[in-house]
Design a binder for this molecule. Structure first.
Ligand code: ADP
Ligand code: MG
Length: 454
């Protein structure tokens, strides 16, 4: 019943065997039952989202902070360095873009303290290509039906409405409108292999519903068909582009020389980039770690002491591995007690972090080399596991001990210096078996879930 409901609701993904075609599809893995989430922590995460929107937007406009924060990282991390070069190049030329659109997702786990109480701890904030806002708009209906079939009609009525797809489309539509050209289109910058296309279609179709035209193009299409006019308006395939919504571009492997050239062309243009390259840099793990230093939030958000306090309350321990005494000390602590920490490089998309023995080995090897500074260390969050069934095509049904990660979508639009939209746009709950340390839904580890507030 659950699988039929998921297929019927459109919780879909293309298959590994036919990743380029939609004629054979399957459901996206999901939990049989919703998972319990403490109501107070859920509400805390929703409330702090507008603050995080403000913060990301502030970081993206603060050249001095980005320069200082990433100085050590870009010496050793080529990918971040190349993003940073483009960032400096477009600043030197002068920005043609005047409208800014941020779509992010702040992810949290519920850390279980010694006394058994849970605390909200941010894992990271995704400022580029944050996914599953579309499909998660459809999973609550599936879980509602499952609960009813189980005779839990009352419980079914408690599941929250949730429609990030609409919220994200609202932001894109607002940016499109402020760009100010009826003819112009929204361009989704998509991957070569688009298995998660239905998630994107949810947002895309919301735009078509508003009579906004959407193009889907890859970097190489932009390289071949893209150009700027004298006032740096972007044209792709003969059409003026008002908004570029990146669902690609956050891992080094996608960039060859041509794709870097395409990225630079987009960044130089007047089109609203979601995100612009500064906002992508604001989402790096190194920035996240520097934000946790005492006094930094206060400097970035002067006049917002309450927002600063709400943001700080969600931070886990984060540690710099920059060269020097501070880095030496924390590296030694982590080598002695690796299970307390997670070692993170400047990468997105899951599967890059190091834990336990592997963390110890890698840190041992790089502790005296500059390579160390391409990583940060973070306290490991330890949530209370709960039992659930993870439904996956071709997999046997078995009960697993699971932990969940809550994401809150944020959307904001700024015109010049004026913030014209700042909202939380819904949530995403992902759940995985505890034996997996890392990895999201796209990586095949976590599955879609629905929070049941308790
Ligand atoms: P990515 O950009 O690859 O998504 P994340 O920081 O979100 O990087 O880490 C990937 C996954 O690793 C998370 O979804 C979570 O399951 C796990 N993880 C990350 N940080 C921690 C942490 N501090 N404690 C426990 N698990 C973590
Ligand atoms: Mg993540």
């Amino acid at each position: 019943v659950a699988v039929d409901a998921a297929l019927l609701a459109g919780v879909l993904m293309r298959t590994g065997e036919r990743p380029h075609a939609s004629d054979v599809v399957n459901y996206v893995p999901f939990t049989l039952l919703p998972s319990a989430v403490p109501r107070a922590l859920f509400e805390q995460a929703c409330t702090v989202q507008q603050d995080f929107n403000l913060l990301v937007d502030a970081v993206s406009q603060n050249k001095e902070f980005l320069e200082q924060t990433l100085a050590s990282t870009i010496k050793v991390d080529d990918f971040t360095a190349q993003l940073f070069r483009i960032y400096m190049q477009v600043l030197e030329e002068g920005l043609a873009q005047t409208v800014f659109l941020g779509i992010n997702r702040s992810d949290y786990m519920f850390d279980c303290g010694l006394d058994g109480t849970a605390a909200l701890r941010q894992i990271e904030i995704n400022t580029i290509a944050a996914s599953f806002g579309g499909l998660t708009s459809r999973t609550a209906d599936v879980h509602r039906l499952v609960l009813k079939v189980l005779g839990k009609t009352e419980e079914a009525s408690h599941l929250l409405p949730n429609n990030p797809a609409k919220g994200l489309a609202l932001g894109i539509a607002k940016a499109w409108e402020l760009y100010g050209s009826q003819r112009a289109v929204v361009m989704f910058l998509v991957e070569e292999v688009q298995r998660n296309i239905f998630d994107q279609r949810c947002v895309e179709n919301e735009l078509w519903n508003r009579n906004i035209r959407v193009l889907r193009k890859r970097f190489r299409d932009v390289f071949e068909q893209g150009s700027l006019d004298a006032s740096r308006r972007l044209y792709v395939d003969g059409q003026e582009v008002a908004v570029v919504y990146y669902r690609e571009g956050y891992v080094p492997q996608v960039y060859d020389q041509q794709n870097w050239a395409a990225r630079l062309l987009l960044e130089r243009s007047r089109a609203v980039k979601c995100p612009d390259i500064a906002t992508q840099l604001a989402g790096t793990k190194k920035v996240q770690q520097e934000l946790s230093r005492p006094g930094t939030l206060e400097k970035l958000l002067p006049g917002h002491p309450e927002a600063v306090a709400r943001i700080r309350a969600t931070f886990a321990g984060l540690y710099s591995l920059d060269e020097g005494e501070e880095g030496d000390r924390i590296a030694a602590t982590a080598i002695a007690d690796p299970d307390r920490f997670v070692l993170k490089p400047q990468r997105e998309g899951g599967g890059n972090n190091l834990y336990g023995e592997e963390l110890r080995e890698v840190l041992e090897k790089i502790k005296d080399s500059p390579e160390r500074t391409s990583y940060i260390l973070m306290d490991k969050i330890k949530p209370q596991p709960a039992l659930n069934y993870l439904l996956r095509a071709h997999s046997p049904l078995q009960v697993s001990e699971c932990i969940s990660e809550l994401g809150i979508f944020g959307v904001y639009v700024r015109q010049g210096q004026e913030l014209v939209l700042n909202q939380a746009a819904g949530h995403l709950l992902r759940t995985k078996a505890i034996e997996h340390a890392d990895g999201g839904v796209a990586a095949g580890v976590a599955v879609l879930d629905t929070p049941y507030l308790v």
